[in-house]
Design a protein around this ligand. Structure first.
Ligand SMILES: Nc1nc2c(ncn2[C@@H]2O[C@H](COP(=O)(O)OP(=O)(O)OP(=O)(O)O)[C@@H](O)[C@H]2O)c(=O)[nH]1
Ligand SMILES: [Mg+2]
Length: 300
């Protein structure tokens, strides 16, 4: 992935600036990561490693923590397996088979596998509990709308504005990891349920999608999805596409994706452009366009 010239350049920086960690903004195979570490003699982490690290900092609820731990373990396990085959090959020429290092890795691998199974069992309980809660919600006859979109788009801010709840909303990545549900009065005796959930990112590690099944399942059961887009972001069109890709990866049906409502948030950050309230331009911060938007939801 990186040629000799680039490696030489990085080595130069490592030496002259006393760098001790290289972060690669791409997904590395365990082998690539190991080769880089061997060459540079410093720790290397890839995009997946960084994202999982951020997730583990944000996880607060039991469910969130379990899901992140699962992602971490799956990530670590794949690295152990490759390291093991690598060691094995190195020893190929000798008669020394099954040294202590190998045994240790094998043990670690088994421990990790046991832990993975334990966490999956726990998560299954979480999913069952959620199923129960959903059934109760069904009985109330509300339509449910789930907020989806790129991390930092303003989903939680919009959720708070609509439900008058106090879901933490901050300008950091992956502030929300858990789903939260609230009720919104649309007027004329109409209520809906709104769900706030985890944000997405480009090149999301597959381990995370796999681990966040319980959370993402909420999207399968929601009646309508709302894609929240930060229109003040110059890259918003790309992010809109990323969200659709991830929804597909999370097994959301084509029709639900096709019928998704899109809202363009943060219009207050572009004060010199005039936005029409009718075209789902909103600001979850000032409240611009939200009454219009609520009226639209009433007709769903
Ligand atoms: N100016 C402005 N800022 C907003 C608006 N909506 C949200 N923000 C800010 O954008 C940042 C991110 O908002 P969040 O609501 O946490 O975003 P999120 O989509 O829930 O992000 P994740 O939980 O990470 O997926 C926060 O600092 C919000 O205050 C808006 O309409 N205008
Ligand atoms: Mg959020």
């Amino acid at each position: 992935m990186l040629g000799k010239g680039i490696i030489g350049e990085i080595l130069g920086h490592v030496a002259s600036k006393k760098i001790n960690l290289l972060i690669v903004n791409a997904v590395l195979t365990p082998r690539q990561q190991k080769n880089l570490e061997d060459k540079l003699k410093i720790k290397v982490i890839d995009r997946t490693g960084v994202i999982i690290e951020i997730f583990s900092k944000r996880a607060k609820s039991k469910e969130g923590k379990l899901q992140v731990e699962l992602a971490e373990l799956i990530y670590r396990k794949s690295r152990l397996v490759r390291a093991w085959t690598h060691l094995e090959r190195q020893r190929g020429g000798t008669t020394f088979i099954g040294g202590p290092g190998e045994l240790q890795i094998e043990l670690d691998r088994r421990l990790i596998q046991e832990k993975i199974i334990r966490i999956k069992t726990n998560l299954k309980k979480v999913r069952n509990r959620r199923n129960q809660q959903r059934k109760l919600r069904r009985k109330s006859n509300f339509k449910t709308f789930a907020l989806v979109g790129y991390t930092n788009a303003g989903k939680s801010q919009l959720f708070n504005y609509l439900t008058k709840k106090n879901q933490s909303s901050r300008s950091v990545m992956f502030e929300t990891l858990d789903t939260k549900t609230g009720r919104v009065y649309l007027g004329k005796n109409n209520y809906i349920g709104v769900i706030d959930t985890v944000g997405f990112i480009n090149n999301i590690p597959t381990q995370l999608i796999e681990s966040f099944k319980a959370t993402l399942e909420e999207l399968i059961y929601a009646d309508v999805l709302i894609n929240v887009i930060d229109i003040s972001d110059i890259d918003y069109k790309n992010k809109e596409k990323v969200t659709i890709e991830i929804l597909k990866m999370a097994n959301i049906s084509e029709t639900k994706i096709k019928d998704m409502i899109t809202v363009y948030n943060k219009v207050d950050l572009n004060p010199y452009r005039s936005y029409s309230k009718r075209n789902n331009f909103i600001s979850a911060y000032t409240g611009f366009g939200i009454e219009n938007f609520k009226n639209k939801l009433m007709n769903y």
